[in-house]
Design a protein around this ligand. Sequence first.
Ligand code: C5P
Length: 234
Amino acid sequence: MTGAQTPRDRMIVALDLPSVAEAQAMTERLGDSVAFYKVGLELIYAGGLDFAKRLIGEGKKVFLDLKFHDIPNTVTRATEQIARLGATYLTVHAYPQTMRAAVAASQGSGLKILAVTVMTSYDDADLAEAGYGLAVKDLVARRARQARDLGAGGLILSPEELAAIRPLVGPGVDLVTPGIRPAGAALGDQKRAASPAAAIRAGADALVVGRPITQAADPRAAADAIVAEIAGAL
Ligand code: C5P
């Protein structure tokens, strides 16, 4: 990951909440404990883009999880809008045309493009149904290499993919990992979760954490504990 990253900068809190009012209340509770937020499709379609702008105005880093995939002209123009907003990360699907367009449009801004290789809801049978001839692990590896070669700033990966992908892409690509569960936290729908320390030791640059913080009785204490665990693993 480029630049000096404090343990706090490596924890990205997923604001998977249905309204700006709830997101605002959560960020107020979290205060200085959190420096980096992920805003995804649910909140985006409920006024989340303006809220993301406000967070950036308050000095927070923002990861817009918008998973772009369209013709290059549209991806270019949409990425330019996100770059102007001052976001730090934007996701796109790891198709070469899409990555090329997004990376070119982000040049000269502080925005890094994160490629989504194969969504973790897909298994080999789902890929075959969608017309692909590769197994998930082979398509993930192929797209990870393409993302690096096309200048993507990073990849979204599950914790179990970190060990295989880091050697393929080298140190210059940010590996960002959801599926994080501190010891004792409920798994929810995450089937292959890793602890913050395990994910950092396996090579993650940043962790995306949602419910273990946003549904904790004391979100701020939960966030502080995860930052401390990251610090201990670095
Ligand atoms: O609440 P939780 O910590 O499970 O939230 C994880 C976040 O990361 C959610 O925003 C979820 O959509 C996202 N994510 C994930 N697994 C993936 C890709 C994205 O959990 N494979």
